[in-house]
Design a protein. Structure first.
Lengths: 260, 283
């Protein structure tokens, strides 16, 4: 049992390395399911449950800033419990999403703390020392993903799902919720840093325009970007027959652009 | 890009410090493949993007430790993209870094161009790879695996990953070549300043939009009675949707301008979040 729990933990930890290996989707249930099956000596059931959970988790991918239920712990533990208790596909279906959501709560806690590691990289950059940036990368991944995923799946499989659920429920919900809220606000800090680098007086109106298009018209970032390209082309007269410099040289020859 | 002039420009380009081999290596180095491993809320893919470029930056700034350090700092700013397009942006950026190193271009232009590229490429990439290719790969894989065929997961991985890796490698080369020929043209025709201004316009508009779409916080407090119950959030949305995101951005900007450390800001944000959830003021 201990050995199996360790191996289940390792399969899940391997899943977290997906994002270090090109987001190649080795973290998906269709891949990890059969691996869990192999570990527990039932490859066939693992394959079948993995394929079915893949369908269940079809919409659970991170697009933009959306953080989906944790597919790795959900997929691995649901498959493992279904095989080890012999309860089959129905049990896997019933367990996968709740486990994935509970794990998301834990993930939020780590994701809220994670940014505190970032200054190591900044110091490294200031000193021209790329070793510290590499260290930051490894620490962010280990603490953000690999370590807690391994620990959680190991203990969950070793102790059984009831114990783990009870332990999670004993944490007041406002802690998870609050760190989730902080996580939702933090991207604004990234944008503020970026703005401090690139914005100048001439560009502020365009920031307002981009913000307003997304806020009032609910336009996607791609839609705003398309408008931005059009504005840039129009504003700078890229498509005019004669380049701007040439025209400036001959002086203003009005034409259709009198209002400009 | 196929005119004879730009072909010649491209040949010249590869005579510089960066070779085709360097770009191929960059497209599959640990940084390029690890865009999401160190993902975090405030800066998202900044660290792996910086590591992806690192080998090229070392070559470009071989005899200029200060320039190298500044370039590293530049690429530790916020970055987010559909990960398979990151090497393309890396290629474009490499062509620009070469000019910055020669003193022909202002460094802040690079982050403007990065901001201008990440929005549109993510929009296209997410629907192309995550929305389409992944679904096709999963459909084939699942249909095999539900019958217990172990080739199912393998088919899934191959169908998905062959195109994504090709996108990375081809993207890195195309990005660099595009960057070189575009910048050379812009310089020859004297439009460089205009091009930089245009990149700035697109960049800040994309950041403005992302401020709304990628930040999420609300005030769910209710007031009024019976039928007329409203939340503060619904009132705010009636005036200016995304107000809170804008306020947060403004506060962070102000605090950062006053040399408050990001570390302190993160801790304050966490405390505000937990207090907000405890009192029910924020959601």
């Amino acid at each position: 049992m201990l050995m199996q729990a360790l191996l289940i933990g390792l399969v899940a930890a391997f899943g977290t390395l997906d994002t270090a290996l090109g987001t190649s989707y080795i973290q998906r249930p269709i891949v990890l399911g059969p691996l869990v099956g192999l570990v527990l000596g039932d490859l066939q059931t693992g394959l079948i449950i993995g394929a079915n959970l893949e369908l269940l988790f079809m919409g659970a991918i991170s697009v933009g800033a959306y953080i989906p239920p944790d597919v790795i712990t959900g997929g691995v533990l649901a498959t493992a419990f279904a095989i080890s208790t012999g309860s089959g596909l129905e049990a896997a279906y019933a367990l996968a999403m709740p486990i994935g959501l509970a794990a998301l709560g834990i993930k939020n806690v780590f994701y809220a703390i994670l940014p505190l590691i970032l200054p190591i990289a900044d110091h490294g950059a200031q000193e021209g020392d790329d070793g510290k940036i590499k260290l930051t990368y490894v620490l962010l991944g280990l603490f953000g993903k690999t370590i807690w995923t391994f620990t959680l799946t190991f203990f969950a499989f070793f102790l059984g799902s009831d114990v783990v659920t009870a332990a999670l429920n004993s944490v007041p919900s406002f802690v998870f919720d609050g760190l989730g809220i902080a996580a939702g606000i933090l991207p604004a800090m990234g944008f503020a840093m970026l703005m401090r680098m690139i914005v100048n007086k001439k560009l502020i109106p365009f920031f307002v325009a981009g913000f307003a298009l997304a806020a009032f018209l609910n336009l996607s970032v791609l839609a705003v970007a398309i408008f931005a390209v059009v504005i840039a082309i129009e504003k700078l007269e890229f498509l005019d027959e004669r380049p701007m410099v040439a025209r400036a040289a001959v002086g203003i020859d009005g034409g259709d652009d009198d209002d400009f | 890009m196929t005119s004879k002039m730009s072909d010649k420009t491209l040949q010249d380009a590869y005579r510089g410090s960066i070779s085709k081999k360097d770009l191929t290596r960059m497209a599959v180095n640990p940084g390029a493949l690890g865009m999401e491993y160190s993902w975090n809320y405030p800066k998202q893919m900044s660290v792996p993007f910086c590591l992806m470029l690192n080998p090229l930056l070392k070559k470009i700034y071989k005899d200029d430790p200060k320039g190298y350090s500044e370039a590293l700092q530049r690429h530790l700013e916020f970055f987010n993209i559909t990960m398979y397009f990151a090497p393309f942006v890396g290629g474009v950026v490499a062509s620009m870094e070469e000019r910055v190193a020669k003193g022909e271009m202002a460094p802040e232009t690079i982050n403007q161009v990065k901001a201008a590229l990440m929005g549109p490429l993510s929009g296209i990439g997410d629907s192309l790879f995550l929305g389409t290719l992944r679904v096709i790969a999963a459909a084939v894989g699942i249909s095999l695996a539900v019958n217990g065929n172990p080739f199912g997961p393998i088919a899934f991985l191959l169908i998905y990953n062959i195109p994504t890796f090709l996108t990375r490698i081809i993207g890195a080369h195309k990005g660099y070549e595009l960057g070189v020929s575009f910048l050379t043209k812009a310089q020859e025709s004297g439009l460089m300043d205009k091009v930089i201004y245009a990149a700035g316009i697109i960049g800040v508009m994309v950041i403005g939009a992302m401020t709304v779409t990628m930040t999420s916080v609300s005030i769910p407090i209710e007031f009024g009675q019976g039928e007329s119950v409203q939340t503060i959030q619904s009132v705010l949305d009636g005036i200016l949707p995304g107000t809170l995101a804008l306020v947060a951005l403004g506060l962070y900007y102000w605090a950062l301008s006053h040399k408050v450390s990001p570390m302190v800001l993160i801790v304050i944000t966490m405390v505000v979040g937990v207090l907000g959830a405890f009192t029910g003021v924020l959601a």
